[in-house]
Design a protein around this ligand. Structure first.
Ligand SMILES: C[S@@+](CC[C@H](N)C(=O)[O-])C[C@H]1O[C@@H](n2cnc3c(N)ncnc32)[C@H](O)[C@@H]1O
Length: 311
């Protein structure tokens, strides 16, 4: 694959047909569960002609970036309940230089005392919720995983083998995401229902809610717990509106299923996206591939099934 020249990229349109897949992977926000590696595969099930792309559980916003790369005309709405995470997106869109400089200072100041420095920044983040501190913590912590204790404090440990992306690499990624998304993206930190309520004809909603295995009961990964039952009620309401939406939910590694499948009465069209070999399977010397389920709403499946390239 050709080497990318970031400096020549002026608009998302310049990227069309080039290395969208590769660009999708180069994201500024490291995030466990990010769809970055399969974003283009998921996007291939979506029509190009949409008005707005709404991502209410955005995290690293992998799908918003992938959709923006495919279509230079669509408007994008990035939302996540985690306010400091959305703060990172706010800076990427509005002041990419500031957050790049802040990351560079943090990264440089850690040299020689990485472990202690991480703990200091984690304490500071838990007091002030500064987005640049969260970006540094995500770049350095184990599995780039956002974990909070019952008091709502970020409590993940550093991965002492990683210093985090080098500042010049982080700056490139931030600037690239800025060029792709700025001017046509809004960011909010709301409960997903507030975004779903704003659905209008011609929009496409992509929803990747918290992983079911850890989101019931007291949730230490996210600020809120997530109700599968209530989520299904919302999908039913969207069906009544003929809404175009897609949901990432359960999956399987080989024959082993994980997560609860979506109820049949929602009449969703299920496709499986190959996500490659799981780390766990590789460690155990197994060859099993992981497949993630993508559920298309009846209205979206009706359109997608008539597109020859999607089947
Ligand atoms: C599985 S992650 C999404 C990952 C994302 N698809 C990506 O590519 O990075 C789920 C996200 O939902 C957010 N979340 C959890 N509960 C939420 C809620 N009630 N409303 C909005 N966002 C929520 C979490 O903060 C988390 O970032």
């Amino acid at each position: 694959m050709a080497e990318l020249n970031y400096t020549n990229i002026s608009t998302a349109t310049d990227l069309f047909g080039q290395a969208a897949e590769q660009i999708s992977i180069m994201q500024p926000v490291p995030y466990q569960g990010s769809k970055r590696r399969i974003a283009q595969d998921i996007a291939s099930w979506f029509p190009d002609k949409i008005r707005r792309f709404l991502e209410p559980f955005a995290g690293s916003a992998a799908m918003s970036l992938a959709m923006a790369l495919r279509n230079s005309d669509i408007e994008i709405w990035i939302n996540d309940i985690n306010a400091p995470l959305i703060g990172i997106w706010h800076y990427i869109l509005k002041d990419p230089k500031k957050i790049s400089d802040q990351y560079e200072h943090l990264w440089t100041d850690q040299i020689g005392r990485e472990r202690q420095f991480y703990n200091e920044i984690r304490n500071r983040f838990n007091k002030h919720h500064e987005p640049s501190d969260l970006l540094y913590l995500l770049a350095r912590c184990v599995k780039a995983s956002v974990r909070y204790n019952s008091k709502g404090e970020f409590n993940n440990s550093p991965d002492n083998r990683r210093r985090g992306a080098r500042p010049e690499e982080m700056r490139r990624r931030i600037m690239l995401a800025h060029r792709i998304l700025a001017e046509r993206t809004i960011v909010t930190s709301l409960d997903y229902e507030n975004v779903v309520e704003q659905y209008r004809a011609g929009d496409l909603l992509y929803m990747d809610p918290p992983y079911q295995g850890v989101s019931n009961g007291r949730d230490t990964r996210y600020y809120t717990s997530f109700s599968h039952k209530h989520f299904c009620t919302i999908l039913d309401r969207l069906n009544n509106l003929d809404a175009m939406y897609a949901v990432s939910y359960d999956g399987r590694t080989g024959a082993k299923m994980y997560g609860e499948p979506m109820p049949a009465d929602l009449k969703l069209f299920k496709v499986e996206i190959c996500a490659g070999r799981s780390t766990q399977a590789t460690l155990l010397g197994r060859n099993s591939l992981t497949y993630e389920s993508l559920y298309l709403s009846p209205a979206l499946a009706g359109i997608t099934n008539s597109i020859p390239w999607a089947v």
